[in-house]
Design a protein around this ligand. Structure first.
Ligand SMILES: N[C@@H](CCC(=O)N[C@@H](CS)C(=O)NCC(=O)O)C(=O)O
Length: 208
C-alpha cells in the first residue's frame, strides 16, 4: 500500500470528500492541514505545482486538482464504478459539484447571495433527482455500490446545507423524494455516520 499524504487548509471544502473516501475504505493517510498564515511560505516553496491546495503526495509523486485526486484515490481503494460509462458519469457529477462550488463562491461575493445560492442548489437538486431516477434501482447513484460519486455529492450537500451535521435530511431536499432517500441511505452508512459524528477538532466549522 502506498504512503498517502493529503495537504489542504483546515476546512472541509475541496478535500472533505477525499478524506471521507480514505475513511470509508479504512485506509490511513497523512492529513496535513495548513494554517492560512503558513500558506504564503509553503506556496513560495513550490510544493504545490499549481500553487494551490489540495495536493496528494503518493510515494513522493504529486497530484493536484481535487476532483482528479478524488477519482484516483477512489479507483485505488475500490470506491469507483467498474463500468467505464458509469466512471464517466461519476466524473461528470464531480464536475457538476466543482462548478457549483465555484458559482457559489462567486454568488457569496454578491448582495443577493442567499437567494442565488438557494436557486443554484435547487437547480442542481433537480438534476441529481433526475439522474437518480434514471440510474438508481437500489439506492446509490450506481445501484448497490457506494462510489465516490455518492461521496462527492453527499459531502457537498452536507457541508453546505448542514455544516457537517450528522443528523437528518437538509430541508432543501425534502421535495426531492429520490434525493432525500438517497441522502438518508448515504448518511447512515456506518463509516459515513462515524465520520460525521467525529469531526476533527481543528476543522474550522463555519467554512464549508
Ligand atoms: N480546481 C482546483 C482549485 C483549488 C483551489 O481553488 N484551491 C484554493 C483553496 S480551496 C487555494 O489553494 N487557494 C490558495 C491560493 O490560491 O493561493 C481544485 O479543485 O483543486
Amino acid at each position: 500500500m502506498p504512503q498517502y499524504k493529503l495537504t489542504y487548509f483546515p476546512i472541509r471544502g475541496k478535500a472533505e470528500c477525499i478524506r471521507m473516501v480514505f475513511a470509508i475504505a479504512g485506509v490511513e493517510f497523512e492529513d496535513v492541514r495548513v494554517h492560512p498564515q503558513d500558506w504564503p511560505k509553503l506556496k513560495e516553496s513550490g510544493l504545490s505545482p499549481s500553487g494551490q491546495l489540495p495536493i496528494l503526495e503518493v510515494n513522493g509523486q504529486i497530484l493536484t486538482q481535487s476532483k482528479a485526486i478524488l477519482s484516483y484515490v477512489a479507483k485505488e481503494l475500490g470506491l469507483a464504478p467498474e463500468d467505464n460509462f458509469q466512471l464517466g458519469q461519476a466524473d461528470m457529477l464531480a464536475g457538476v459539484i466543482s462548478e457549483l462550488e465555484d458559482k457559489l463562491n462567486a454568488a457569496f461575493a454578491n448582495e443577493d447571495q442567499e437567494k442565488k445560492a438557494r436557486n443554484l442548489h435547487l437547480n442542481r437538486c433537480e438534476y441529481f433527482e433526475k439522474l437518480l431516477a434514471t440510474n438508481n434501482k437500489r439506492g446509490f447513484f450506481f445501484g448497490e455500490k457506494l462510489t465516490y460519486a455518492d461521496v462527492v455529492v453527499f459531502a457537498f450537500l452536507n457541508s453546505h446545507l448542514l455544516k457537517g451535521k450528522a443528523e437528518g435530511i437538509p430541508e432543501l431536499l425534502k421535495d426531492f423524494l429520490a434525493l432525500s432517500a438517497w441522502y438518508e441511505l448515504v448518511r447512515t452508512q456506518p463509516k459515513i455516520l462515524e465520520w460525521l459524528k467525529n469531526p476533527p477538532a481543528d476543522i474550522i466549522d463555519y467554512v464549508y
